[in-house]
Design a protein around this ligand. Structure first.
Ligand code: CP
Ligand code: NVA
Length: 331
């Protein structure tokens, strides 16, 4: 199962990112030639991947459906009003039934315990497509994007290392699911990450432990720091990142959150005041709202957001290949 980036060793995580890059080259070349990519087509022939989504999605849904299709399988989208789960049937029964008929369950849920519960009772691999705690498919695509933008500066020393050690990510905004997996990956790959959130919106203590434990056994783990001052986080950063201030499920808190996050919008002025590195890049998992990043940065030359979104499909192919085709072996 792929529940979070914590499930992967640093070498496995790097391998998934590098595999995603190879799939990008193959899929783009095949598209230009008007053919299905030979290296992937057939890997899931005759197999169904159930996609159980209890929340909205553009990128995760489309990238997963496209990835399964490119591999010759059948993506079966099951929205929250399509199946009995949560209304008329338990998680345990649903998991047993769906996993007896398919090759994989890709699930978007609220509480993380829901996707963990599916995995516990499933006969097939389960991939977390976003829970309240983690978003591993996003993090694979994010690191593919970082690798594409920064690899020339720091060539990898071996084929399973991304060679990104020493970079600094500044996360300015809410401490949420996307951050938790991104920070875990930073620790594993030697990338420093500084997080600036308003008082009361920092990383919960238990989650901080999970993130920091990613450094066990890593020779030069990335360092995690926290502040309430956006300029402090941005100092010396290579990549500025944010996400929505109001995640799905937090709609009732929207007004209070927007008030609390005033002053945390990413702008060129913030990057300059804080002293981000020359040539800094901007990333956002999307969907985006203007309050967390202005148009100048979001659509500007430093923005990687649309490469990052496209990379979701290659990340999905890499994850399906590892967890479904290769039964959890990341090679
Ligand atoms: N980034 C992301 O997961 O987007 P969706 O919610 O549209 O899937
Ligand atoms: N933090 C956001 C991510 C959406 C992709 C949410 O959970 O709604």
């Amino acid at each position: 199962h792929l529940m979070s980036i914590s499930d992967l060793s640093p070498a496995e995580f790097s391998r998934l990112v590098l595999n995603a890059s190879s799939h990008k080259a193959a899929i783009r070349a095949a598209r230009d030639a008007g053919q299905p990519p030979q290296s992937l087509y057939g890997k899931l022939t005759g197999q169904t991947v159930a996609m159980m989504f209890s929340k909205r999605s553009t990128r995760t849904r489309v990238s997963t459906e496209a990835a399964v299709t490119v591999m010759g399988g059948h993506p079966m989208f099951l929205g929250k009003d399509d199946i009995q789960l949560g209304v008329n049937e338990s998680l345990l029964d649903t998991s047993k039934v769906i996993s007896s008929m398919t090759s994989c369950m890709v699930a978007r849920v609220g509480p993380h315990s829901d996707v963990a519960g599916l995995a516990e009772h499933s006969a097939v691999p389960v991939i977390n497509a976003l829970s309240d705690d983690f978003h591993p498919l996003q993090t694979i695509a994010d690191f593919q994007t970082i690798h594409e933008a920064f690899r020339q500066r720091q060539p990898p020393s071996d084929t399973t290392s991304l060679g990104l050690g020493g970079l600094k990510v500044a996360w300015v905004g809410d401490s949420n699911n996307v951050l938790f997996d991104l920070a875990t990956a930073c620790i594993k790959t030697g990338v420093d990450i500084a997080v600036a959130s308003p008082p009361g919106y920092g990383i919960p203590a238990a989650m901080k432990q999970v993130i920091l434990s990613a450094g066990a056994g890593v020779s030069s783990p990335g360092r995690l720091s926290e502040t309430t001052v956006p300029e402090e986080a941005v100092r010396g950063a290579d990549i500025l990142v944010t996400d929505t201030w109001v995640s799905m499920g937090q709609e009732a808190e929207a007004q209070a959150r927007v008030r609390a996050f005033a002053g945390y919008q990413i702008t060129r002025a913030l990057a300059e005041r804080g002293g981000a590195k020359p040539g800094w890049k901007f990333m956002h998992c999307l969907p985006r709202h203007q309050e967390e990043v202005d148009d100048d940065v979001f659509y500007g030359p430093q923005s990687l957001v649309f490469d990052e979104a496209e990379n979701r499909v290659y990340a999905a192919v890499a994850a399906l290949e590892a967890f479904v085709v290769n039964k959890g072996k990341v090679v």
